[in-house]
Write a protein that binds this ligand. Structure first.
Ligand code: FNR
Length: 382
């Protein structure tokens, strides 16, 4: 049976993913922080946004292209950075990079990926964005950014919503440690999912490969402890200004919720703002990020690009975020559910699902262009 029939929605991929990867991997991918209300509210808030469909416009073939920071994209979404996606499925970073290159959509490689910019660059073509967790040492920062640039990543994304490590209670319960320790429980979990275990064993235990070379075991106990120390600094506006001086290409600030923060970031040199609650993984108490989009848009005006992620599970969700004021969207878990469920084929299928939904829902909303979506927003559903 084709995936199209058996898995017509992201929820179907999610169900299969859970059955295919070990429990600790599932918990890594799916979990959020605390009581996970931040994550749930982000998804519910999207559901509640209603778009007025318009008839008698003769629209069957909507334009899904977007211009963003000087580039044309055929679809209004790309891939958000997901650290250690190589744990979710072996070689995930290269698989996703290849799909992004083929589709002509951005792939954002995480600082804490299981593959380096040098390994992923040749696969991602002209679609590489690189996500930076602020290293405290400016030399390390310059080195990492230089490596990303030399490997062909043209857009830099500074993530600012990971000031300190969040508690991620579900991960603790699943006994997943960093670096991964092969405790009997982890081995048993893995043995229950032979397809994942065999594929992963072939590639070796996934590690934070980009950061490996900066590990200094003499300074803070283990290499990982030092890596954590290197990147777990909360960036401030002077840090952003320094990064602006160093990075010549487009610079995006990711993890903004408030309009005031968005304005400060733009004044400090950001070219675009990425509104996100990190998929609910950092701070459980924030308001739904999609509700903040109108204020962010009003504060920045029409010319500063606004990118949105968190809770997007369908083409309609993407349309809702665009209707609220975003120019472009990024998906994190949605494509990784596909990857976990069926490897490269599943990730590519997740893109097909989102595209198919966009085509159908744009047509049925009677919306010819993505930039017209704000006109379809229904302000009150009561
Ligand atoms: C993330 N996210 C993330 N963000 C980032 O800037 N750097 C990173 O390394 C990671 N790592 C990461 C791992 C996992 C397993 C997840 C699920 C998420 C956050 C990610 O970029 C994005 O903001 C969220 O995934 C968006 O929410 P959805 O689409 O997953 O609901």
């Amino acid at each position: 049976m084709t995936l199209e029939l058996s898995h017509p929605a992201i929820e179907d991929l999610k169900r299969s993913a859970r059955r295919r990867v070990p429990h600790f991997v599932w918990e890594y991918l799916d979990s959020a922080v605390g009581r996970e209300t931040g994550r749930a509210f982000a998804e519910d808030a999207l559901d509640q946004i209603r778009l007025m469909p318009h008839m008698l416009r003769g629209i069957t073939d909507s334009d899904l292209t977007v211009n963003l920071m000087g580039r044309q994209y055929p679809l209004p979404f790309g891939f958000a950075p997901v650290g250690m996606s190589g744990l979710i499925w072996p070689d995930a970073e290269r698989i996703l990079a290849k799909i992004a290159a083929r589709e002509g959509i951005p792939y954002t490689l995480s600082t804490v990926a299981a593959a380096t910019p040098e390994e992923v660059g040749p696969k991602v073509g002209d679609q590489g964005w690189f996500q930076l967790y602020a290293p405290s040492d400016p030399e390390v920062r310059r080195d990492i950014c230089g490596r990303a640039r030399d490997a062909g990543f043209h857009t830099l994304v500074l993530t600012v919503d990971l000031a300190v490590a969040s508690r991620r209670e579900r991960l603790q319960r699943a006994r997943l440690t960093n670096p991964m320790r092969l405790t009997p429980r982890i081995v048993l979990d893995a043995a229950r999912r032979p397809a994942w275990a065999v594929a992963t064993l072939g590639k070796g235990i996934p590690k934070l490969k980009t950061l490996e070379r900066y590990a200094d075991t003499t300074r803070r106990g283990s290499a990982t402890a030092h890596i954590g120390y290197q990147i777990r600094t909360a960036p401030d506006l002077p840090y952003l200004r320094a990064l602006r001086e160093e990075w010549a290409g487009p610079l995006v600030v990711k993890g903004i919720i408030s309009a005031a923060d968005a304005e400060h970031a733009v004044r400090a040199g950001a070219d675009a703002i990425w509104v996100s609650n990190h998929g609910g993984r950092q701070f459980d108490g924030a308001p739904p990020p999609v509700h903040q989009l109108p204020q962010v848009r009003a504060a920045l005006g029409p010319d500063v690009p606004v990118i949105y992620d968190s809770g997007l599970r369908s083409g309609l969700d993407i349309m809702r975020a665009l209707a609220m004021g975003a120019d472009f969207c990024m998906v994190g878990r949605a494509v990784h559910y596909g990857l976990a469920a069926f490897g490269a084929r599943g990730a590519a299928h997740a893109v097909d699902i989102l595209r198919g939904q966009l085509v159908a829902d744009m047509g049925n909303a009677g919306c010819a262009r993505l930039s017209d979506l704000p006109d379809h927003r229904v302000l009150s559903v009561s």
